[in-house]
Design a protein around this ligand. Structure first.
Ligand code: NAI
Length: 293
């Protein structure tokens, strides 16, 4: 594997893309954050700068450090990405959890990006093998999953998922690269939900089975017990609000389908009800809890 990663393109400036770009810039890697909607990328850039200002006030970074991080970050519309003149070493895709949308994007990028560019998906649950079908066999050697956790600048774990064609030397190169940047990488097989999302299905699923129906008192009680007695940083309902009820529901359905509808992975009707009524958690200010800024 030749060279290190100096420039990364992060596609999708939502919850995850924004966090990944922030982490890259904090780690001294030039990050270009882009989105289908340019204004979303610009707003995400502003949010990151605001977050850095808050971290300066808290004494976590100096103004000089934040200035340097700022120089590493820019945000543009996807249509303004200039592959010919400014090709990234690594692309991290963090768009909606839709196989069709991701495959369309990867096929287009495969045609415009040079051979050296590594393609990675931050998918929570789509098999990397299925996404790799969108690119040419040559690119498959440099195609893999890089699954970050929310909030990406803080959470240390990154699951590195080998696709059917991924070169082993690329896997080890990225493993060491993440370690050198302070992350805790874990190499995973390309199986439904990888490691964390597979184990976590029961964390959420059992919590739904306990409350049975929507019941704010029970929701709060389960979260409190898991935090105070279970040793978890967040309870299952609080965590779903943070992740996004829609994202969590998509992941649940995907893992359930990929395990041939095994009942232990089945989604709960309350998840669908909340998604259909637009109660998506923190991002819409209303989920299991009400969220003020
Ligand atoms: P999000 O809904 O917050 O953001 C997605 C962004 O992608 C939006 O800004 C949207 O405008 C943009 N987008 C959609 N289609 C696009 C396209 N074709 N080209 C460029 N931009 C496009 O989603 P979120 O939560 O950031 O998730 C993104 C990915 O990361 C998903 O695959 C999800 O499963 C995965 N993930 C999510 C986690 C979470 O806690 N939310 C944790 C780990 C992975």
């Amino acid at each position: 594997m030749d060279g290190t990663i100096k420039h990364a393109l992060v596609i999708g400036a939502g919850t995850m893309g924004k966090g990944i770009a922030q982490w890259l810039a904090q780690s001294g890697v030039r990050a270009t954050l882009c989105d289908l909607r340019g204004e979303v990328a610009v707003a995400a850039h502003k949010d990151i700068e605001l977050s850095w200002q808050k971290l300066v006030q808290k004494g976590k970074f100096t103004s000089e450090q934040v200035d340097k991080m700022g120089e590493c970050l820019n945000a543009i519309a996807l249509s303004d990405v200039d592959a010919a003149n400014d090709a990234p070493d690594l692309i991290i895709e963090a768009i909606v959890e839709s196989i069709e949308a991701k495959n369309k994007l990867f096929t287009e990028l495969d045609q415009s990006m040079p051979e050296k560019t590594i393609f990675a998906s931050n998918t929570s649950s789509i098999p990397i093998a299925r996404l790799a079908l969108a690119v040419t066999p040559k690119r498959r050697e440099r195609f893999l999953g890089l699954h970050f956790f929310n909030p990406a600048p803080i959470m240390k774990l990154v699951e590195i998922i080998k696709g059917p064609g991924t070169k082993s030397e690329l896997m080890s190169h990225l493993y060491l690269w993440f370690q050198s940047k302070g992350k805790k990488p874990a190499i995973c097989a390309d199986s439904p939900g990888f490691i964390v999302n597979r184990v976590a299905r029961n964390f959420y699923g059992e919590a739904f089975r306990i409350i049975k129906h929507e019941h704010p008192g029970k929701v709060k009680a389960v979260d409190e017990i898991m935090r105070t007695c279970g040793g978890f940083k967040m309870g299952p309902f609080e965590l779903m609000d943070l992740i996004g009820i829609d994202i969590n529901y998509d992941v649940t359905q995907s893992v359930w389908r990929d395990f041939f509808l095994e009942p232990r992975f089945a989604p709960h009707p309350l998840q669908r009800k909340m998604v259909e009524s637009g109660r998506l958690g923190k991002k819409t200010k209303q989920g299991f809890y009400h969220h003020d800024d």
